[in-house]
Design a protein around this ligand. Structure first.
Ligand code: FMN
Length: 356
């Protein structure tokens, strides 16, 4: 037994989460044309549950066959075969006393048109990230400005994917509003210059997230969890603060807190880093304005950092440490000295080699 907060249970709705450690969502790009991940990628998730993680997030599942996909080999959850492929994985995770949550997203202006059958990139405004797309070696294509039809249509993709996850037995669904993808494109004035009801004021920029959450909630039974991931950074133009100020970010967190979500998951590059030129980190800034349970992620790699991060959050998520070390939960329990992995080391996630 351990007396650390890390190994104490946490209650969210009817779920008793057995400890405070979750596997962060990690895209693996292993699917073939059927949008079903490779068996060893499924096995990896099950093994993380077996080895003690209380929550296991899926890779980000793309929400449609038209414009949502940004990386090759991504998974979907809308055909019966896709749903059936996940069902035993979910069951195996639950058998270990862990909770399985499906993360879903639309890549928005980060999409790669050539791998989307409709060959489109759509976003709130016709603005591209400044950097080159590392996947193609080319600039990101200029997105089509989303019409009301596009907005309504894309929301259907989130709803259908959520229904797929419910059908597959997932305990929860995460709406990915972070990292510079579509929902985040709407939230941030860095990518949203609309002058209609979806742009301008913070409330207007929040409208798309609100509509997605409301629509997904309608198909999510009350005995499942709905989580929302947010970040102040995107995978392209990484140095840019996506929200203009602490006040603007907190306004969004306050709006999120009025939505029918159960948890806010805050993604940072480093959980300790001060944000918005303050002496507070993202978890502190978030907690100041919400009573919702909080997850925090970013450079939590050993027992000391996990305990420290839990001072301002309820659950920690780890990506690289759990990707590269199958025994991470036990190593944290036994206070083992552990490395802080570099981003380059995570590239094994995208090889054909099964991970331990
Ligand atoms: C291989 C890999 C794939 C990732 N894919 C996703 C993803 O699909 N969705 C997401 O929200 N974050 C994704 N991330 C970001 C992580 O969830 C996490 O926020 C980030 O790696 C920082 O956590 P860490 O310092 O523990 O690695 C990915 C990270 C890695 C290393």
């Amino acid at each position: 037994m351990s007396d650390s907060i890390i190994f104490s249970p946490f209650q969210v709705k009817s779920f008793t989460i057995k400890n405070r450690i979750g596997v962060a969502p990690m895209t693996r790009m292993s699917s073939s044309s059927d949008s079903i991940p490779r068996q060893d990628v499924f096995d990896f998730l099950i093994r993380r549950a077996k080895n003690g993680a209380a929550i296991v997030y899926t890779e980000a599942i793309v929400t449609d066959y038209e414009s949502a996909q940004g990386y090759p080999g991504q998974a979907r959850m809308v055909t019966q075969r896709q749903i059936e492929s996940w069902r035993p994985v979910v069951h195996a995770i639950q058998k270990e006393g862990s909770i399985a949550i499906m993360q879903m997203f639309h890549c928005g202006r980060m999409a790669w048109p050539e791998i989307n059958p409709a060959n489109r990139v759509i976003a709130p405004s016709a603005i591209t990230p400044k950097q080159i797309n590392p996947m193609t070696g080319e600039p990101y294509p200029v997105p089509d400005i989303m019409s009301q039809f596009d907005i309504d249509h894309v929301i259907v993709g989130f709803v259908e994917t959520a229904k797929g996850a419910i059908e597959a037995g997932f305990d929860g669904i995460e709406i990915h509003g972070a990292h510079g993808y579509l929902i985040n494109n709407f939230l941030s004035s860095y990518s949203n210059e609309r002058s209609d009801a979806y742009g301008g004021s913070v409330e207007n920029r929040f409208r798309f997230a609100h509509e997605v959450i409301q629509a997904v909630k309608k198909v999510t039974p009350d005995d499942r969890l709905l989580t929302f991931r947010i970040s102040n950074w995107g995978v392209a133009d990484m140095e840019v603060s996506l929200f203009n100020s602490k006040a603007e970010y907190q306004e969004i967190i306050k709006m999120l807190s009025k939505e029918p979500i159960d948890v806010i998951s805050v993604s940072t590059y480093g959980y300790k880093d001060n944000a918005f030129s303050t002496d507070q980190n993202m978890a502190e800034i978030t907690r100041e304005v919400t009573d919702l349970p909080l997850m925090i992620c970013g450079q939590i790699y050993d027992r000391t950092s996990a305990e420290d991060a839990l001072k301002n959050a309820d659950i920690i998520l780890s990506a690289k440490s759990l990707l590269l070390n199958p025994d991470w939960v036990e190593d944290v329990r036994s206070k083992k000295q552990l490395p802080l992995y570099k981003s380059e080391e995570a590239s094994v996630a995208y090889t054909d080699e099964p991970l331990p």
